[in-house]
Write a protein that binds this ligand. Structure first.
Ligand code: ZN
Length: 243
């Protein structure tokens, strides 16, 4: 099986469409959460994912905020405005879909969590030290996380050694092997690593590899939709910078 690993779509329909087109030959989709929040098309993104085929779907902090199950107190003002806007857009059916999802599971012998295995909704894994602190919180060899919007690989060269971060350039399959690893596919809808292209990863179970992909999409369309929706301008501007 070749699996498209998507995370942090964040209501960006033009980015999602481009990624699904790029991933059309793959066998399954794993969505690590935050399908909604920030972008102008939360409902359309949820419907598009539901129609896209066999999918594993997690719930993220922005999804939970949008259905009133996570306090907005921790959100910055822009994120809070976007969450409140998204709350008003979701109908009962979409709220029910999100309410049934969990933020972490084990699937096909892979741990998948929105944020981190020890704190699946909120913790940002942005360093080898934080990744290391999470190793005792899961038992599989591989763990996939989203939430930071930054593609990353944390792994040990030899089992039991301390984790290091590996470079994760697009288009270069990374050999998983027997070593334990925490890997982040980046964000479809709001990349924050300085590359504005949509990000996702391809997990190839037969080959034992994971490959980052970056996909061009009409950023200007996503920006126009954000502005037309009355969402904060900064959410549109950042898409052009990938920050
Ligand atoms: Zn997110």
């Amino acid at each position: 099986m070749r699996i498209a690993v998507l995370s942090d779509i964040h209501g960006n329909l033009p980015a999602l469409e481009a990624v699904l087109q790029d991933a059309r030959d793959l066998d399954a989709i794993w969505n690590l959460g935050d399908t909604v929040g920030y972008g102008a098309d939360p409902v359309a993104c949820m419907d598009r994912m539901a129609a896209a085929g066999p999918a594993l779907t997690l719930v993220g902090n922005h999804d939970l905020a949008a259905i009133g199950e996570l306090s907005l107190a921790e959100f910055n003002p822009v994120a809070r405005l976007a969450a409140e806007w998204t709350q008003r857009r979701l109908d009962t059916r979409h709220v029910d879909v999100l309410r049934r999802l969990g933020p972490m599971t084990v699937h096909d012998d892979v741990t998948v969590a929105h944020a981190s295995p020890r704190s699946p909704v909120l913790e940002y894994i942005l360093s080898p030290a934080t990744a290391q602190d999470n190793m005792a919180a899961f038992t599989t060899t591989l763990c996939l996380v989203g939430h930071t919007h930054v593609p990353a690989i944390y792994s040990s060269a030899v089992t039991g050694e301390r984790l290091e971060s590996s470079s994760f350039p697009p288009g270069q399959p990374w050999q998983l092997g027997m070593r334990r690893a925490i890997i982040n596919p980046g964000s479809v809808g709001q990349p924050r690593d300085g590359d504005p292209r949509a990000a996702y990863a391809v997990l190839d179970q037969e080959r034992g590899t994971i490959e980052l992909r970056r996909v061009d999409y009409p950023i200007i369309d996503a920006q126009k939709r954000i502005l037309a929706a009355g969402l904060p301008e900064s959410l549109a501007l950042r898409l052009a910078h990938g920050r």
